[in-house]
Design a protein around this ligand. Sequence first.
Ligand code: ADP
Length: 608
Amino acid sequence: MSVLSIIRDCLDALLHPSARTDALTCARHRAFIAPRLLGSLAAFAVFPAYLAMRGAPSALEVGALAWLIAPILLSWFLSRTGYYEGAYALSSLALSALIMAVAIETGGMESFAAVWLVVIPIEASLSASRRVVVFAALLALGCAAALILIGDFGWLPPPESSPALRVSLMGVGVASATLYASVIAFAADALARTSVTLLSREEERYRLLARNMSDVISRHRRNGAVMFISPAAESLLGVPAAQLHEHGLFERVHVADRPAYLTALSDAARGTEVGVEFRLRRDTPEDVCGSTHAVDFIWVEMRCRPLDRAGSSSLGSDAEVVAVMRDVTDRKLQEQALDLARSAAEQADAAKTRFLATMSHELRTPLNAIIGFSEMLMQEQALMLNAGRRREYSQLINDSGQHLLSVVNGILDMSKMESGNFEIAPEPFAPRAALLNCCNLLALRARENGVDLSADAPQDLPDVTGDPRAFKQIVLNLVSNAIKFTERGGKVTVAAAVEGVRLVLRVTDNGVGIAADDLKRIGDPFFQAGKTYQRRHEGTGLGLSIVKSLVNLHAGEMSIQSKLDEGTTVTVALPLTFALPDGGKITTLAPAARTVQSGQAFQVKKSA
Ligand code: ADP
């Protein structure tokens, strides 16, 4: 360990604890203590040799020796109290006391020591405190005035030295004062360099911190304009940070999220700490090359707070805000997936409840009929049933069995469609003939219900390519629904026409209609519209969802317009020519996306 580092360690041990926390304060305290302590100790060390050479000391020499203790006391004061300005003020006082003592002894204002008064404010300037410098300057001026007054009152001792000696002493005084002032200037320069080095080191440390953080740090004006943004933004958004300055970042905020973004910044400028989540547009690598224009949004969470520059005084119209942003896209996607899963689970639960409720009715009713009437037939002797009754009961058992079969078939079809195992076989067929055939099949039921059923299909309706069985099932389901939900005296119309490259089928009735709330869910498996109709009509709630899936399989669209008590129109649009994708097999897809149109209709979108 070198002598210098030992001295340095000893000096550091003398520093007041409050000075050790900050590097610049530490350097200043060291610069105050070191020269005073070392200078005084060195002077003390040589003083015995001086006395040995000079003999008994004069009063002035004793005074000078006593003064040498002052810097040690000042160093001790700073070391104990850490009061830097106070130490400098005391130093100015000690220096001025010495100068006054020597000057009074050696001719007042004409003394070589008077020139040293200039050094007092210069030395005080090292404190970097305006108060101390003003104090030192006033002190020096006061001492000069006192010397003049003492001289004017003739209280000065008569000069002992010859004019020639006085001139040489003045020379020594000026030279030593200049030398001391130069030393102070060097010390000030060294301190300034130290503070610049320390500041730039600190700045570099913060810059490194900002560069290496994955979170983005930014500084904003109250209106959201970016004044600084850390380089992490480049990897987050795929653009140079410079492009995000001013309103560059704002332009990347999703239009729907812009109000929330601006509100958060202006709230933060007013002094509140705010957090906000919004979407930011990110440039994909293709964007940068300019070859394609891919738009990609990420979710970010931004926490912002006012920039505390001068306490609360910085809050106001020009208040600035510091924000820390981080990518939370993964979390958001997880939340969305969770929401989807939750609503899917809720829907599945509701579907299960609906299924159980419907099935208990739809299966029990025909089963009860089958069991009841078959028991009666078994006891025909006891009940004395005639042939007509027996035929009637057998017919009822048969009808109930047929109904059960259709219910079970419906469930099986739906389940195949939902599991993706329902296959269709497209072939060319005449839609007009198929449509009239279905209407003929349902004509009897329409008559029984007192409903007028009419078909409107042009003679020249072209052949279409699709699955004819599926087409018939679509028509049968829609028309039987229209008959079922139309009151006696009502009217059902089935129309088919070519519109563009599609065959459009419309089944219109003026029946009970569907409430807007129910309309959103019509087509969900087992869903049956409202209590309004008090379920006067039997059914499983599968007909429309089967239609919906069949239409999807043909890459078609289905929409429903309906008004309660006014009637319903179901529109199905199928491509004139439907070809199977490669592989020759098409299977049902997951339930299609549904859009509600003005609360009165929904549309089954074409599946991808
Ligand atoms: P369901 O076996 O109950 O008829 P669907 O899937 O065919 O099952 O229909 C679902 C529900 O949609 C029906 O229960 C009914 O409430 C409503 N609905 C379907 N078609 C019509 C229509 N033409 N008029 C009024 N309501 C209808």
